[in-house]
Design a protein around this ligand. Structure first.
Ligand SMILES: O=C(CO)[C@@H](O)[C@H](O)[C@H](O)[C@H](O)COP(=O)(O)O
Ligand SMILES: [Zn+2]
Length: 200
């Protein structure tokens, strides 16, 4: 296959998966945005975790709450934390315990009842994310899963899920970031409407 056709085919699969997602996941995005807005209004915070590209997505979405999302909305920061933020803690945990328990340990140390944990895993199989979701549930933290395929074993550890309708890792991530953008904007809108935050 020539390279240009290869690229066009990737775009086509991305568009087709997003078109399917547009039919299947908006209700889940709205429900998750309400969960996060309610947690923030009650003094909670939003924790994010993922591996590889999903770790980057976790940081991207956390930064949007913590710093700024839309250039036209200037507001105070909202408490949100990507759990892979610190290479010293992560390497110490990998060295002294195991990488698999890193997110679980972060949730146990930093999480509080009423917080929300968002686990992003395209396969739903990543053990470190599953352990973090399980720990969160024992602490009264609401668990949200950004998943793909059939949701994998992570699904049963999530109070709410959104599942990208494809199993192709990159295409799942592309749906996650679009759904994440919609969700972060909606959280902001809900908090503005309820006068919890104001546009500066
Ligand atoms: O970004 C990509 C592929 O697009 C990869 O780095 C990918 O995120 C990594 O293989 C992850 O370890 C996959 O983990 P998960 O999504 O199955 O939990
Ligand atoms: Zn963004």
């Amino acid at each position: 296959m020539d390279h240009v056709t290869y690229v066009k085919n990737l775009f086509r699969r991305s568009i087709e998966a997003k078109q399917k997602a547009m039919e299947t996941i908006p209700d889940d995005v709205v429900a998750m945005a309400l969960t996060c807005a309610n947690s923030l209004k009650s003094g909670g915070k939003i924790l994010f975790c993922g591996n590889g590209g999903s770790a980057a997505d976790a940081q991207h979405l956390a930064a949007e709450l913590l710093i700024r999302l839309r250039s036209e909305v200037d507001r105070a920061g909202l408490p949100a934390l990507a759990l892979a933020m610190d290479s010293s803690s992560m390497t110490a945990c990998g060295n002294d315990y195991s990488y698999t328990v890193f997110y679980e340990r972060m949730v146990l140390a930093l999480g509080k009842p009423g917080d929300v944990l968002i686990g992003l895993t395209t396969s739903g199989k990543s053990e470190n994310i599953i352990l973090a979701l399980k720990a969160a549930r024992t602490m009264g933290i609401t668990t949200l899963g950004f998943l793909g395929g059939d949701g994998g074993p992570a699904r049963e550890h999530c109070d709410q899920t959104l599942i990208a309708p494809t199993s192709e890792t990159g295409r799942v991530q592309e749906i996650h970031i679009t759904a994440g953008h919609a969700m972060m904007e909606l959280i902001e809108e809900i908090l503005i409407e309820s006068k919890y935050i104001e546009k500066i």
